[in-house]
Write a protein of this length. Structure first.
Length: 261
């Protein structure tokens, strides 16, 4: 009797071959097939797993589409388009006149010694540029912010941002924000390379927070015989002459005429 109680039962083994296994396998396959059939027969019933996720994907694709979307422009430029107005602004003694002189020399190969007002030059087959130096009074700033296509904002790197720069940026906010490019000057006053690169980086980030992330910033690293280095001026000039300008909504709805007298 004792012996019988201790007898171990054989554990169940799944059949891998033979008629029973075949039958089971067939059943399993059929089940999967049936499910697939249902998906094929009625695909719409299986498209949406989660309404929330679906909504999110939809919004995301719409966002991406919207970002790519550019409103088509009507080409209103007359046969001979007006010159592009470039305003050079910055605190006193930052190098505004020097920069205008260098740019004019870069485009025309002619030297101007003294500048008494707006200067218009031809920079390409279809482009003329008018350079205007911005005086440091609020009226000039307001007037120029309204007509400027591009603002070259000069910043003295040895000093940093000054009141005039912020004032001008604030004025731009309410008078149609023109394109703004920064230009760092007085970079030769740094003797130490490490402080130079640190300052450049700091000013770049500050400029980005003031204007917009990724705004273009040029560096003019010192002077040769009273002029900026020709390669740097050339790069800046090239950038300006190929730049594309989209009409600003503010400027098209508030038209001003620039009179040079
Ligand atoms: N070392 C150095 N000197 C510079 C630099 N940029 C300009 N300067 C000098 O700064 C002085 C002033 O330059 P300007 O071009 O007359 O400056 P500005 O902004 O037109 O001055 P205002 O018209 O009086 O506001 C000149 O003597 C230049 O030689 C620079 O990057 N490095």
């Amino acid at each position: 009797m004792e012996k019988m109680e201790k007898k171990e039962h054989k554990r169940h083994q799944r059949k891998h071959s033979g008629p029973k296994a075949l039958k089971k396998n067939r059943k399993k396959d059929q089940g999967a097939e049936q499910e697939q059939d249902a998906r094929k027969r009625n695909p719409r019933a299986f498209t949406v797993h989660s309404a929330v996720r679906m909504a999110k994907t939809f919004h995301r694709t719409q966002d991406i589409k919207m970002k790519k979307h550019h409103i088509p422009l009507v080409d209103r430029t007359p046969l001979e388009p007006p010159p592009i107005v470039i305003v050079v602004m910055g605190p006193p003694k930052v190098g505004k006149s020097t920069l205008i002189r260098c740019l004019i020399r870069n485009y025309t190969r002619q030297k101007l010694t003294e500048i008494f007002g707006p200067v218009t030059i031809v920079s390409g087959k279809k482009r003329r540029l008018t350079f205007i130096e911005c005086n440091n009074d609020i009226n000039s700033m307001i007037d120029l912010a309204k007509v400027a296509d591009l603002v070259l904002m000069l910043i003295d790197a040895s000093f940093g941002f000054e009141m005039e720069t912020f004032e001008f940026l604030n004025i731009c906010q309410v008078h149609g924000f023109p394109r703004i490019m920064g230009v760092l000057t007085h970079l030769d006053s740094f003797k130490n390379n490490k402080t130079l690169s640190k300052t450049k980086k700091r000013l770049k980030h500050r400029f980005w927070t003031e204007v917009y992330q990724g705004a273009k910033l040029f560096y003019l690293s010192g002077m040769v015989y009273g002029e900026y280095q020709s390669q740097e001026v050339k790069n800046l000039g090239r950038f300006i002459s190929v730049m594309k300008f989209r009409p600003l909504t503010w400027q098209t709805s508030h038209s001003y005429v620039l009179v040079d007298r």
